[in-house]
Design a protein around this ligand. Structure first.
Ligand SMILES: Cc1cc2nc3c(=O)[nH]c(=O)nc-3n(C[C@H](O)[C@H](O)[C@H](O)COP(=O)(O)OP(=O)(O)OC[C@H]3O[C@@H](n4cnc5c(N)ncnc54)[C@H](O)[C@@H]3O)c2cc1C
Length: 423
C-alpha cells in the first residue's frame, strides 16, 4: 500500500473492530479511522439477549477489545460519530460532525437494524427491541418488578430473551405467526426440541397467531402511554408489563444505497467474492453485506459473529493486497437458550433429509442435514464435540454417510480429524 493511503471504516461492531485489528496485524501502518454511531466502546452483541438479560442489574457489557486497544493500535476511533453521506466519486465520507474524510479504501461495516412490526402501539413505552446495549439495558431494567412479558417473534433473539426472562421469574408468552419456532433457521427436530424445553420452563407459546396491536394505559415518567396488553390477529388480548419484539433485522444499507452502490435482492450491499462493492474502493462486510457463498451456492446475507469477523479478516487481506482468493469460510453460529446450547455449522437448504446422532430425549444430539446426498449442515444441541467435528468436515468439503452419522459407535472425531482442519 502507498504512503498516501487512508482506510476509513464505518461501524464499530464485530466486523469493523476486527477489520482495524486485522489491518494493523497485517502490517498496515497508515492512517486508519473508525466511525461509530454508538458513543460507547464497542461491545459483543450476542450476550445482549442471553446472560445480560438473565443477570439483571449485575450485567456488564463484554467489550470487543480492551479500552486501550484503539489508542495502542493507532486507530483514530470516533465514538458517537456517524457517516452521514458517501461521495464515491471524490472518495470522501461526510460525518455527523461536519467533517469530510478522504479515503483510499472505505469499509462499510454498518450491521443491521431491528425490523419494525408496523402495528398500532409499537411506539408505546415498555415495547423493546434487542439490537443495542441501550436496548438490552432498557429491556432488562423493565423486567425488574415485572410479572408478565410478551415476546413477539420465535427467532433466536426472542427465544433467548424468553429464557432470560424466565430465569428472572417473569411469566413469558411468546406470540408468533409461524407454526413452529425457528422454522427456517433449524431442522424440525431441533425446533420441536427447543419448543418443548421452553414449554417445560413454562414459556407459553401462542403460535400461528400474529400481533394486531399493542394497547397502552397510564403513562411513564416522560408522559408516554405504557404497554398493557398485546392484541393478536385471532382476537386474543394478552396482558403484558413489557414486550420484546424480535421479528428479525434488515441490513443497514441506506448509506450505501444513497451513494448509488448496488444492493442485492435481500437488501444487503452487493459485494463480489472479495467483498468489494460495486465501487471497488469500497468493501462491505458483516450483517450489511450480501455476498456469493460457495456453501449456499448463491448470494446470501448472514447474521453471525463468525461471518462478521471472518469477512473482516478477508477484507483486510484484500486491502493489504494479499490476494486471499474468493471468500469461502464455513458459516457457523451458536445460540444459548437457558441451559441449552445450540451450535450450527454450515447452511441448511430447505427441508432436506436428515440423520440424528445422539439422544434427543436426553437433550444431547446432533442433526446432520443432507442435500442431494451431500452433507450441508450440522446442528448440535449440547454436543460441542460433534460441532467441532462438523466444522472440520464441512470446512474441508468432506461428506459423511447418513448411516455413519447416526451410528453412535462410529468415531466421528477420528473421522473428522482425518480431514484437513478448517477451524
Ligand atoms: C441480541 C443479539 C444476539 C445475537 N446472538 C448471536 C449469537 O448467539 N451468535 C452469533 O453468531 N451471532 C449473534 N448475533 C448476531 C451478531 O451479533 C451480528 O451478526 C454481528 O453483531 C454483526 O456484526 P457487524 O459488525 O456486521 O454489525 P453490528 O454488530 O450491528 O455493528 C454495526 C455498527 O455500525 C454502526 N453504524 C451503522 N451505521 C453507521 C453509520 N452510518 N455511521 C457510523 N456507525 C454506523 C451501528 O451503530 C453498529 O454499532 C446476535 C445479535 C443480536 C442483536
Amino acid at each position: 500500500m502507498g504512503s498516501d493511503e487512508h482506510v476509513v471504516v464505518v461501524g464499530a461492531g464485530h466486523a469493523g473492530v476486527q477489520l482495524v485489528d486485522s489491518l494493523r496485524a497485517g502490517g498496515y501502518e497508515g492512517p486508519l479511522t473508525l466511525l461509530s454511531r454508538e458513543a460507547c466502546l464497542p461491545y459483543q452483541r450476542p450476550p445482549l439477549s442471553k446472560d445480560f438479560i438473565a443477570a439483571g442489574s449485575a450485567a456488564e457489557p463484554l467489550l470487543l477489545r480492551g479500552a486501550s486497544f484503539f489508542d495502542d493500535a493507532g486507530v483514530d476511533a470516533r465514538w458517537g460519530v456517524s457517516a452521514e453521506c458517501l461521495l464515491p466519486s471524490s472518495r470522501e465520507v461526510l460525518t455527523s460532525t461536519g467533517e469530510r474524510l478522504a479515503y483510499t479504501s472505505l469499509v462499510l461495516a454498518t450491521g443491521a437494524e431491528s425490523r419494525p412490526l408496523r402495528v398500532p402501539g409499537e411506539d408505546l413505552a415498555g415495547v423493546f427491541r434487542l439490537r443495542t446495549l441501550d436496548d438490552a439495558r432498557a429491556a432488562s431494567a423493565a423486567l425488574e418488578g415485572a410479572r408478565r412479558a410478551v415476546v413477539v417473534g420465535a427467532g433466536f433473539t426472542g427465544l433467548e430473551f424468553a429464557a432470560g426472562a424466565r430465569a428472572r421469574g417473569v411469566d413469558v408468552t411468546l406470540v408468533s405467526p409461524t407454526a413452529r419456532p425457528l422454522r427456517r433457521a433449524v431442522s424440525r427436530t431441533v425446533s420441536m426440541f427447543l419448543t418443548e424445553r421452553h414449554a417445560l420452563d413454562r414459556v407459553r407459546f401462542e403460535l400461528g397467531d400474529g400481533v394486531a396491536a399493542f394497547f397502552g394505559t397510564g403513562s411513564d415518567d416522560g408522559g408516554r402511554r405504557r404497554v398493557s396488553a398485546v392484541a393478536t390477529t385471532s382476537g386474543r388480548e394478552i396482558p403484558a408489563d413489557l414486550v420484546v419484539v424480535g421479528v428479525g433485522v434488515r441490513p443497514a444499507s441506506g448509506l450505501a444505497a444513497a451513494a448509488g452502490l448496488e444492493l442485492a435482492d435481500d437488501g444487503g450491499i452487493a459485494v463480489d467474492g472479495n467483498l468489494r462493492a460495486s465501487d471497488p474502493a469500497i468493501s462491505a462486510i458483516g450483517d450489511c453485506a450480501s455476498f456469493p457463498s460457495v456453501h449456499a451456492g448463491r448470494r446470501v446475507r448472514l447474521e453471525s459473529v463468525q461471518n462478521a469477523t471472518d469477512q473482516a479478516r478477508h477484507a483486510a487481506a484484500v486491502i493489504l493486497g494479499k490476494d486471499p482468493g474468493p471468500y469461502r469460510e464455513l458459516p457457523w453460529f451458536w445460540s444459548h437458550q437457558g441451559a441449552t446450547k445450540v451450535q450450527i455449522a454450515g447452511l441448511r437448504r430447505g427441508d432436506a433429509s436428515t440423520a440424528v446422532r445422539g439422544d434427543v430425549a436426553a437433550g444431547r444430539f446432533s442433526v446432520f442435514t443432507y442435500d442431494d446426498g451431500e452433507l450441508v449442515c450440522v446442528e448440535s444441541v449440547n454436543s460441542p464435540a460433534d460441532h467441532l467435528a462438523a466444522r472440520r468436515l464441512l470446512g474441508a468439503g468432506r461428506s459423511l454417510a447418513p448411516a455413519d452419522a447416526g451410528d453412535p459407535a462410529f468415531d466421528l472425531k477420528a473421522y473428522s480429524r482425518a480431514a484437513p482442519a478448517a477451524v
